[in-house]
Design a protein around this ligand. Structure first.
Ligand code: 13P
Length: 258
């Protein structure tokens, strides 16, 4: 049984001063203790580096996980401005987003760097949430599966065991556009991803791997997305910034998980 995971990606938003009200608001809106439903739904936020420590402190009592949004694959060295996995581990971070399309698009992230980062995270015992997804042009040219397969195989070829690797399918055309993939469109690609994992890593790895959907997921569409057999959770941008919206999504995930 794959436990649903609702992950918020705050991107370059929020300050430390805003965090106490955010977590208090989330807890009030939820009206349930997340710790009591951990076997059904897990919650995570990916935060900017400067927020991680405070977020860990505030999220810990609710059993909410905190992830970084990027990392370097090397331990240390002359890489000005970079953060290593050891540094994240040092402050208690146990998960990291890797290869988000915004990083691929604006910061030169490649299939190779995404693979190296994913491999390094797994070897450190830090959960990688590795993102794949096609652009609108690629979808229109019927290249969705080819692109997703290329991105995924770069990662799977680099790691020996998938461990607790999580894949996020985020079609670029759906991110921040208000135009989510339909549940059927998302399910098709999720099933394809699971099939590629099956071929490469075997049946058990494919059955255990969580595959999240991201791209304009919101309180109105999350339940339908999560009822699809291969959609194990969401990676949520805009709608994760407001505690009331995100609480609604967690509650919807809980209902689906029952
Ligand atoms: P939106 O939910 O704002 O479309 O962002 C999705 C995303 O990029 C999550 O990583």
């Amino acid at each position: 049984m794959r436990v649903k995971l609702l992950a918020g990606n705050w991107k370059m938003n929020k300050t430390n001063a805003e965090l106490p009200a955010f977590f208090a608001g989330l807890s009030t809106e939820l009206r349930i203790e997340l710790a009591a439903v951990q076997d059904k739904v897990e919650v995570l936020f990916a935060a900017s580096y400067t927020l991680l420590q405070k977020a860990l402190e505030l999220a810990g009592p609710h059993k909410i996980r905190i992830a970084a949004q990027n990392c370097h694959w090397l331990e240390s060295g002359a890489y000005t401005g970079e953060i290593s996995l050891g540094m994240l581990q040092d402050i208690g971070v146990r998960a990291v987003l890797i290869g988000h399309s915004e990083r691929r698009q604006y910061y030169g992230e490649t299939d190779q760097s995404v693979a190296a980062k994913t491999k390094a995270a797994l070897s450190k015992g830090i959960t990688p949430i590795t993102c794949v997804g096609e652009t609108l042009e690629e979808r229109k040219a019927n290249k969705t599966e080819a692109v997703v397969q290329r991105q995924l195989l770069a990662v799977l070829n680099a790691v020996e065991q998938p461990g607790d690797l999580i894949i996020a399918y985020e079609p670029v055309w759906a991110i921040g556009t208000g135009h989510s993939a339909s549940s059927a469109e998302a399910q098709d690609v999720h099933a394809f991803i699971r099939q590629v994992v099956h071929q490469k890593m075997g049946k058990n790895a494919a059955a255990a791997m969580r595959i999240l959907y991201g791209g304009s997921a919101n309180p109105a569409n999350i339940a339908e997305l999560l009822t699809q057999p291969d959609i194990d959770g969401g990676l949520v941008g805009g709608a994760s910034l407001k505690p009331d919206d995100f609480a609604k999504m967690i509650r919807a995930a809980l209902e689906v998980a029952h």
